[in-house]
Ligand binder design. Structure first.
Ligand code: VGL
Ligand code: ZN
Length: 198
């Protein structure tokens, strides 16, 4: 079996001091780097929003961060402005071993739709292209880690399992936002989808 590490959104804005900081988001970096040597492939994902993205509370009159609104594709949490294309906040954490990456997948670059998952945008149908990349390389086994456990890692892991990949999430190398119990729900959802939580 050919094995890929999928490193989700280890970017400055999700680390302490960032615009959408995840507690301890930076302490997972050395552990992620240490796994890269043993992998056949390393894929990094990068949340990559244009200014004024529809997932930002600031794009909606009277809205505040962390409220949920209805979008044409379903409910959407509104976030502080984060991971603006080309900004320091959107850059990978300085200590992440970016040199080892075979592939960098950017997502969330369409203004009207968010993309938590590395495989499909939040309409759950528009592909990012990652599935094709992995399949054409003969990759069947995925280990996921990164930020945040309950959003982008969760959505990516569930989609990967639904697509038929053998999926493990290294919970020790993830950190969560944990909004209104979202971490517990994510853990249940991943298990139900057949994801192994390590
Ligand atoms: C993420 C919220 C908004 C994530 C990205 O990487 O989990 N969360 N954009
Ligand atoms: Zn985002």
């Amino acid at each position: 079996m050919t094995h890929a590490l999928i490193v989700i959104d280890v970017q400055n804005d999700f680390c302490p001091g960032g615009a959408l900081a995840v507690p301890e988001g930076d302490i997972i970096v050395p552990g992620i780097n240490a796994l890269m040597d043993q992998a056949d492939a390393v894929v990094l994902t990068q949340d990559w929003h244009p200014a004024g993205h529809s997932s930002f509370a600031s794009s909606h009159e009277g809205a505040v961060p962390y409220e949920v609104i209805d979008m044409p594709y379903g409910p959407q949490v509104l976030w502080p402005d984060h991971c603006i294309q080309g900004s320091t906040g959107a850059a990978f954490h300085a200590d992440l071993n970016v040199t080892r990456a075979d592939m960098i997948v950017r997502k969330g670059y369409r203004s009207a739709i968010d993309s938590y998952s590395a495989f499909f945008e939040n309409d759950q149908t528009t592909p990012t292209g990652l599935e094709g990349y992995l399949r054409t390389r003969g990759i069947t086994q995925l280990t996921l880690m990164g930020l945040a456990t309950d959003f982008c890692v969760n959505f990516s892991a569930v989609d990967a399992a639904k697509l038929g990949f053998d999926v493990t999430v290294r919970s020790d190398l993830c950190r969560a936002i944990d909004l209104n119990g979202s971490l517990g729900a994510a853990q249940e959802g991943m298990k139900a989808a057949g994801v192994t939580l390590d």
